[in-house]
Design a protein around this ligand. Structure first.
Ligand code: ADP
Ligand code: ZN
Ligand code: ZN
Length: 727
């Protein structure tokens, strides 16, 4: 291993490639990828920090033209190099460029100037200042007098107070400065997005199950899966293990899906750790993110809470990563590299010798499979701690409703119960298991569906009567006549939350109803507003999509209705059974969080599907067994490994042609499915063809992916684009 490929000083230089250097004899064997080294660079051959990305035996150009690495650098933070290692792993695992991976793990590309806090400091004695004040009054300099009067009383004044409240101009301040009356000092302040100003909470007396889980995790560095039903006290366990980690002088990263990052959740952490905890979320500016990273690096905070990107906050001595609601799909990045947060956290914890804790009421198949194989230590919390028990759930077969002449979207049983709860002044949640938006338009005569002219998806009609494409943003006026057969019987096929709302309002005019979906949560804070209004008992019924079932505590909710529970089973994805189970289990878990026992009604056209039955009985184990045998049968993950390769082009023939050419690159030990048009065969006028690489091991699938990438490097592409998704 004679040569090192390095990236020069990433934080300051615009770098888009690696440079090769010779490893000097005395450093051979001691330089590893991720190390920070000093190398001569540029015209004057001045020494620059750089990161070793890889090491190789071959020189890329004649060795005579290469320079030597000067030395190993110790002035640079080790952490940084750990994250380079992580980036390199991400590049290999998910197939992206090194730069894209580096940009992901080093979220701060250019330092932003720190906000400055200026102070005005009196340099004279109080008496001297008082006499200057009298002079200013005499000379009729009212602004100067205001400031001097204040300075008689206070030696130090915030600059903002002087220019703001005292209304003194900066030229007046400057003239006092020139006269030597005051000095102006400034200090950098970190922008802290949260201002925790709250009384501290003491730790709760742990239950036996919680105690066991905490003791086990606190005893040994490792990988743990905390499987706890909703309301079983997982957060209390997190608080305990974080506390212990801090006590050991280490720091923690606490990942929570963005949608569950509510003030209510954060408050529990502030109350425990005060300003040693900080939060990172998508509303922070680049400067604020930079501050968070600096604060972490300098040891000003012990805990960072945030969505997946918080994984890359560079703590000096990371002790633990916790991933709450680990089954959530938002933990998979949509940008290149399309990394899985859980796997990436595993790698990070391996590099840093830190503990990884996954928590969920409905673990992903992958994690539970890992626990069964001994990769994770499984810890269970099986009881609710607030006295409430898990709600009962009843399955209602909607086919019977239709047979009995009930055409409403609410079953008779559910309507009765809604009435009962309204009478008792208890709250109700109606969950529509539907990802998309309200009504697409179809013709009742010929069946024609109005689609976006640029994408292969149906347009949906909004309240304002406009038809919109949710993929490309295309908009058009309402259509009154079928463009195919001319019939006027063209209607919006509405299984949206709006229609549920209308139905409910008609049937229960006395009820106050809130609706939460993509349309009602467009504005900033609207999400929190709806939730807190419902929590404050300002409404009887909350209607919504999946947003309403994710981790909120509404103690007065005693009835949950899941409408069209099987709708998500129709998605074309091998994980639909898992997704449906998770959503229903979560929805049911919303009922009976307080003292009163809850009840859930699951309305479905497929009452015998195991995802629905097992969710109703809250039997995760039974669900897992069914689902894993199906995955085994089809070699789907986690029983096998799969990568989705998506080829897009504005020319359909070229898209198909490239997909076919890629297929030919496959090794013998993997199977290739396709090429076939993607589920959505066209978006924004680009055609989409997909193939699947399926294999026994990650390595075999990755090897084929690598061959395809190499092929793409050489292929004469026009404007085709290829992405790889590890499934
Ligand atoms: P999860 O995160 O599993 O949904 P939480 O940690 O939010 O559960 O706990 C649910 C409820 O139980 C909360 O109101 C919490 O304050 C309460 N709780 C948790 N642990 C205890 C405990 N050891 N003793 C008493 N109450 C507890
Ligand atoms: Zn028609
Ligand atoms: Zn479109």
């Amino acid at each position: 291993m004679n040569y090192a490929n390095v990236i020069i000083d990433i934080s300051h230089e615009k770098v888009d490639r690696t440079f090769q250097y010779i490893i000097p004899e005395e450093l051979k064997g001691s330089i590893k990828p991720g190390d920070c080294v000093n190398v001569p660079f540029g015209k004057g051959n001045s020494l620059r920090h750089s990161y070793v990305i890889s090491i190789s035996d071959k020189s890329e150009i004649e060795p005579e033209r290469l320079k030597y690495i000067d030395s190993l650098s110790d002035s640079f933070n080790r952490i940084q190099s750990d994250y380079i290692k992580l980036a390199s792993w991400m590049k290999d695992t998910y197939g992206s460029t090194m730069i894209a991976a580096l940009k992901t793990v080093l979220p701060v590309k250019k330092p932003v100037k720190l906000k400055e806090k200026k102070k005005i400091i009196r340099k004279l004695s109080s008496e001297e200042t008082a006499s200057l004040y009298s002079e200013a009054i005499r000379k009729k300099h009212p602004a100067k007098a205001r400031l001097l009067n204040e300075l008689v009383k206070e030696e130090v004044l915030p600059y903002e107070l002087v220019t703001g409240k005292l209304n003194v101009s900066s030229s007046t301040i400057n003239s006092l400065f020139k006269d030597g009356v005051i000095s102006i000092e400034s200090e950098s302040v970190y922008r802290n997005p949260v201002v925790p100003d709250t009384e501290r909470d003491k730790a709760k007396e742990l239950s036996d199950e919680q105690r066991y889980a905490c003791d086990t995790i606190n005893e040994k560095t490792g990988k743990y899966l905390l499987h706890g039903i909703t309301g079983s006290g997982k957060t209390e366990v997190y608080l305990n293990i974080i506390e212990k980690t801090i006590a050991r002088g280490q720091q923690c990263i606490m990942l929570i899906p963005e949608i569950a990052l509510t003030y209510q959740t954060l408050l529990r952490f502030y109350k425990r750790f005060g300003d040693r905890v900080s939060v990172m979320n998508s509303t922070l500016s680049a400067g604020e993110r930079y501050d968070q990273c600096l604060r972490a690096e300098k040891g000003d905070i012990d805990v960072i809470i945030g969505p997946r990107s918080a994984l890359f906050v560079p703590f000096p001595n990371l002790g633990m990563v916790i991933i709450d609601e680990e089954h959530e799909s938002t933990y998979i990045s949509e940008q290149n590299p399309r990394y899985h947060t859980k796997e990436t956290a595993e790698e990070l914890c391996r590099i840093k010798n830190a503990t990884l804790v996954l928590g969920s009421a409905t673990p992903s198949l992958e994690s539970y499979y890992g626990a069964k194989n001994g990769e994770y230590t499984l810890l269970r919390l099986t009881r609710r701690l607030t006295g409430g028990t898990l709600p009962d759930a009843e399955i209602v077969d909607m086919r019977n409703e239709l047979r009995n002449g009930n055409r409403s979207m609410l079953s008779r049983r559910l309507s009765e119960l809604i009435k009962d709860r309204l009478d008792k002044k208890e709250q109700i949640m109606l969950f529509l298991n539907k990802r998309g938006y309200s009504g697409f338009l179809n013709c009742r005569m010929c069946g024609h569906v109005i689609k976006c002219p640029h994408c292969d998806v149906s347009l949906s009609r909004h309240n304002d009567g406009r038809l919109k494409c949710h993929y490309c943003g295309y908009e058009t006026g309402d259509v009154k006549k079928c463009p195919k057969c001319g019939s006027e019987h063209i209607r919006a096929f509405r299984v949206g939350t709006q229609q549920v709302e209308e139905t409910v309002k008609k049937m229960f005019p006395q009820a106050y109803v809130l609706r939460m979906d993509a349309d009602t949560t467009q504005e900033k804070d609207s999400y929190e507003k709806i939730l807190s209004a419902f929590a404050d008992n300002e409404a009887d019924i909350l209607i919504g999509t999946q947003m309403i079932v994710k981790g909120h505590d509404f103690p007065n909710v005693t009835l949950v209705g899941a409408l069209a529970a099987d709708l998500s089973l129709n998605d074309s994805d091998f994980r639909t059974g898992e997704k449906t189970f998770q959503l229903l289990a979560q929805a049911i878990g919303r009922a009976g969080r307080g003292e009163k026992t809850g009840l859930a009604i699951i309305q479905t056209y497929r009452p015998d599907h195991y995802s629905i039955i097992d969710a109703a009985t809250q039997d995760y184990e039974a669900f897992f067994e069914e689902e894993i045998s199906y995955r085994r049968l089809c070699s789907y993950p986690p029983a096998g490994c799969m990568v989705h390769v998506l080829v897009t082009s504005d020319d359909e023939r070229r898209a198909l042609g490239l997909a076919t050419a890629l297929k030919k690159r496959a090794d013998k030990d993997v199977a290739i499915i396709g090429p076939a048009p993607d589920v959505i065969s066209k978006v924004s006028d680009r055609f989409r063809y997909g193939i699947y690489i399926k294999g026994r091991s990650k390595e075999s699938v990755a090897a084929t992916r690598l061959k395809m990438e190499e092929f793409l490097d050489m292929a004469p592409l026009i404007n085709e684009n290829v992405t790889f998704d590890v499934l």
